[in-house]
Design a protein around this ligand. Structure first.
Ligand code: FAD
Length: 593
């Protein structure tokens, strides 16, 4: 099914105006990145996503993966596509040029990540994990390890994984038991990891596992976890993959979605001990792994956006073709796109998708400004903003991914519920994104417990006052944007009041953070989405006045109006839940459930 065309124009508009591209490319590290390069990258990525990855998405879902003789078998078409992906230089577009990467801003690379996920999220997970592993190693590994591994990972010749989860250690990694015993200049790793994405496959020459394990004298809990690199094939003296290391896939999980992504149970050291190398300092592995996890969290948010976009595109084309029912003032039957209720669903899909895209790209832009800024004060501001945005991008955009792909099924009626149209696959594939990389509940608790509370609400307050600065231009924009102005102002007031409520109520009610976190996360995500669509509408209004493209720019205005009328009112409900606190949530004892 070649039914996905990346919305390059919408992406460019978002990168430029809502993710502040001019500020990003003004940073010295990006001095060679010009508009033509970005244009060319997005156009070529769109061709690859639509022409190579999207057509094998359905096949991957049907065929799945299996373990045969200690190895995972994936569809041959996936191996072929991966070879093309690497030949095109896609794995390293945002990686460090020192190791062969192209050093593009994450703000641009994330648009490509959205395309890969939209076209084929099961495939996209493989290079995404490699990128996370590269970043963690680049930041925390010794020069020797970097020299041995990074170039091959950046080129895609080798792939990466992240190995955290064990049966008793999921959201809470403090009980992790995988062991690492010193053995000369290396370590012998033994233990079992579960749910390891792309834990084994034949697409790359070697697989580089980043593994959390405990040293013999490690303190209990999260302060006793270290990070190791464990290659599938040990390296020969010349750096090429040699004999098999002692790490094997035991089985693959049978899942609701992402069937072509092998989710493996991996056995480390069942046959004598897997050789591994310490990354970073002993017992500080969790902090090092956070580099990878935070990277992955934004990527998972972009999976929500990509699948939303794909489901939207398919739903629009179905709604144009499917003829059912009649409409006032029209002779004969009409296509369902004429019905207000179907339009409501399509516009919800489109406006939520665009809000989600803007949130993800903006987060990437905060990361670029944090990592590549030359001014320490500005870099600190962007770091705080990026840390605030990361759980929002992960959790809000994946909740939206579920809502939008579910709406896609509804637009298709019965044809959405049967598998042939493909929209059911988007819904199934989107479901995992709320679970992995830290469940959305845990993300929300991180947002409130760490990002809001740790500085007494200062980061949120600074962001709110920036968001309020669109009020004056909205007022000047006239009647068309009056509804946007009003709804955004109300939503921002709710956000401010809820932030204060949590900041002042947390001591009184120790369960408040966990009880209110999810709705606070949905509230702030919905507000930021509204702010971004308002910014888009303001740019569009200016460009329309200068004679710009009416169809495209007019759509940006309508998206902001629709979102203001149909989505921003949700903030009132989320705020009411936050204010309700934990009393009824905690009222039942466990036996009463
Ligand atoms: C398809 C797939 C791919 C995956 N890929 C990888 C991978 O590549 N590498 C890897 O290491 N792991 C991977 N995982 C594991 C994934 O990250 C975990 O499933 C996830 O972190 C949740 O852990 P858990 O399943 O143990 O759920 P649990 O931790 O048991 O959580 C169950 C429920 O309880 C809630 N909960 C738990 N603790 C708290 C708390 N303190 N406060 C409030 N609520 C709480 C959770 O939010 C959730 O709703 C993958 C999982 C799947 C299904």
């Amino acid at each position: 099914m070649t039914d996905y065309q990346a919305p390059v124009r919408q992406m460019r508009f978002t990168i430029e105006h809502l993710a502040d591209l001019p500020e990003v490319v003004a940073l010295p590290d990006f001095s060679s990145v010009d508009t033509d390069t970005i244009e060319a990258v997005l156009e070529e990525a769109a061709k690859f996503a639509g022409g190579v990855l999207a057509p094998i998405n359905w096949l991957g879902d049907r065929q799945g993966v299996k373990v045969v003789n200690d190895a995972v078998v994936v569809p041959q078409e996936f191996s072929d596509a991966y070879a093309q992906f690497c030949a095109g230089g896609w794995p390293g577009i945002a990686s460090n040029p020192e190791f062969g990467g192209q050093g593009l801003p994450k703000t641009v690379a994330l648009a490509c990540d959205e395309m890969w996920a939209a076209a084929n999220v099961a495939f996209a997970l493989c290079p995404e994990l490699s990128q996370g592993a590269i970043l963690a190693m680049d930041r925390h590994a010794t020069d020797e390890l970097k020299q041995a591994y990074l170039e091959k990972l950046v080129s895609g010749q080798w792939a990466g994984t992240m190995c955290l989860t064990e049966p008793q250690a999921g959201s809470d990694l403090s009980t992790l038991t995988t062991k690492a015993e010193p053995a000369g200049d290396r370590y012998r790793i033994t233990g079992r990891k579960i749910y390891i994405t792309w834990g084994d496959h034949p697409m790359a020459e070697n697989i580089i596992h980043l593994v959390l394990a405990r040293l013999p004298d490690a303190p209990a809990g999260t302060k006793g976890i270290s990070l190791f690199v464990v290659p599938k094939y040990k390296l020969n003296a010349d750096g090429t993959p040699g004999e098999c290391n002692d790490v094997f896939p035991v089985s693959v999980e049978h899942k609701l979605g992402i069937h072509a992504s092998p989710t493996c149970v991996l056995a480390f050291g069942d046959r004598g001990g897997a050789e591994g190398y310490l990354v970073g300092k002993p017992n500080e592995g969790l902090a090092a792994m956070f580099t990878m996890m935070n990277y992955m969290r934004l990527g998972v948010g972009a999976q929500g956006t990509g699948l939303s976009e794909r489901s939207y595109q398919k739903s629009v084309s179905y709604a144009r073709e499917r003829v059912q029912g009649r409409a006032p003032g029209v002779k004969g039957q009409v296509a369902i796109i004429r019905h207000p209720d179907v339009r409501r669903m399509l516009l919800l899909m489109r406006s939520l998708t665009q809000a989600s895209r803007a949130i993800c790209y903006y987060t990437a832009s905060c990361l670029d400004r944090m990592a590549h800024g030359t001014d320490a004060e500005a870099a600190a501001k962007w770091q705080a903003r990026a840390e605030l945005m990361t759980p929002i991008a992960k959790a809000w955009c994946t909740e939206i991914g579920q809502e939008v792909t579910e709406l896609g099924i509804q637009v298709h009626g019965g044809m959405g519920y049967v598998e042939e149209t493909g929209v059911a696959q988007f819904y199934r594939d989107a479901r995992i994104a709320s679970i992995y990389e830290g469940t959305n509940g845990i993300q929300a608790i991180d947002l409130v417990g760490r990002k809001l509370l740790r500085d007494g609400g200062a980061t949120v307050a600074a962001f709110v006052s920036e968001m309020r600065s669109v009020d004056a231009p909205l007022a000047n924009a006239g009647e068309d944007l009056a509804v946007v102005r009003q709804a955004l102002a109300r939503a921002l007031d709710e956000l401010v009041q809820c932030s204060t409520h949590i900041l002042t109520g947390e001591r009184r009610d120790p369960e408040l953070v966990s009880a209110a976190a999810f709705d606070y996360m949905m509230l702030i995500g919905t507000v930021i989405g509204g702010w971004q669509l308002a910014r888009g509408a303001l740019v569009a209004t200016d460009q329309l006045a200068a004679g710009g493209d009416k169809a495209f720019l007019g759509t940006q205005v309508v998206l902001a109006q629709f979102y203001a009328e149909h989505v921003l009112p949700r903030c009132i409900a989320h705020a009411a839940v936050v204010r309700a606190g934990s009393a009824s949530t905690m009222a039942l004892v466990a036996d009463q459930f």
